[in-house]
Write a protein that binds this ligand. Structure first.
Ligand code: GLY
Length: 342
């Protein structure tokens, strides 16, 4: 078992990473939640695999009810958000009850958003079951839904009471979904842990230790910058171009991040920020995990990304690797782009 603490100004919480922790959820939750009722939010696919296990583990100590939504990104909508709130209210949820988000990124993001807004805030615990959610969205408190054709455009920062990660759940993912999660894991190695990145070339089993190392990179920056105003933006390495590609061509998130990392490395090299030697190792590891390596010219997307939400007063903050395992935030203006890159 590995344990991480995310230390924030107003609220700190623990992340427990343990094989088969799903069978033992209540013993952890008891430390942070003393009332009698819990509400699990999950999706139909995850419910088939894990709902009974988690329910059983909780029923010794709590009254348990649940809401099931449809699996997939199409559920991250205002309609599903309203459905969940309605079901919870029908089931007589109270503001001192607990929500448990059991599932991948969609379940985590929408459940967290419900938890942030229902009764103006209700506690929640995250139990991410996809590698992508375990690597990224389940920690750091970003919650939200897609709206107006924009991803995560309605949302809130709402930190969980606790996060429980069972690496065994990774075994149920198909190859594409596993590799999707690897996109974010590779990113964590690339921006903040060269040793972790090096280890991934041997295609290791994703153990408690590897998840711990990867999340430690995220924890470090979330602690410094909970609300994503500066350092936390380093987690967006590969995301600026990735988002443009993801929506346009229908890639999964981690796939788009893989392509976005390659584009950002090229741009960083052209600006003289990124060491040229970074490109090949990242291309190699992306190929090793069967992530898409299609080359898109970053210059074709510079105009698009200027209108992305990261555009602050005519400046884009890009995240560039300086070398493998290290990155920096670089503020670039439209003028500089035109003069240096186009
Ligand atoms: N996914 C990037 C972040 O949590 O800030």
């Amino acid at each position: 078992m590995r344990e991480l603490v995310v230390n924030l100004k107003d609220h700190s919480y623990k992340i427990y990473i343990e094989n088969n922790i799903l069978y033992n959820v209540a013993s952890y939750i008891k430390d942070v939640y003393k009332n009698d009722k819990v509400f699990i939010i999950t999706d139909d696919k995850v419910a088939n695999l894990y709902l009974d296990i988690v329910k059983k583990s909780l029923e010794k100590d709590y009254k348990v009810d649940y809401v099931i939504i449809k699996n997939g990104e199409e559920s991250k909508t205002l309609t599903t958000y309203a459905y969940i709130c309605e079901e919870l209210l029908k089931k007589d949820i109270r503001r001192n009850n607990l929500i448990i988000a059991l599932g991948g990124g969609v379940v985590g993001d929408i459940s967290g958003f419900v938890a942030s807004s229902l009764f103006r805030g209700i506690p929640y615990v995250g139990i991410p079951t996809s590698l992508l959610a375990q690597m990224d969205s389940s920690i750091g408190g970003k919650t939200g839904i897609d709206f107006y054709n924009r991803k995560n455009i309605l949302g809130a920062f709402k930190q969980p009471l606790m996060v429980l990660i069972d690496p065994k759940t990774i075994e149920s993912l198909d190859e594409r979904e596993f590799n999707n999660g690897m996109g974010e894991l590779i990113k964590h190695g690339a921006i903040g842990n060269k040793k972790l990145l090096d280890l991934l070339y041997s295609k290791p089993n994703i153990t408690e230790d590897i998840i711990y190392e990867s999340l430690s990179v995220k924890k470090r920056v979330v602690e410094i910058d909970e609300f994503d105003l500066n350092e936390r933006m380093t987690l967006n390495f590969g995301h600026t171009f990735g988002h443009a590609i993801e929506l346009k061509y229908g890639y999964k998130h981690g796939e788009a991040v893989a392509i976005g990392m390659l584009m950002a490395i090229k741009m960083g090299i052209d600006l003289g920020i990124t060491d040229k030697s970074c490109y090949k190792p990242i291309l190699d590891i992306i190929r090793l995990y069967n992530l898409p390596d299609k080359i898109y010219d970053y210059k074709d997307y510079l105009t698009d990304v200027f209108y992305d939400k990261k555009n602050i007063a005519g400046t884009i903050r890009f995240i560039f690797l300086t070398k493998l395992g290290e990155c920096m935030i670089y503020k670039i203006t439209e003028k500089e782009i035109k003069e240096k890159l186009l």
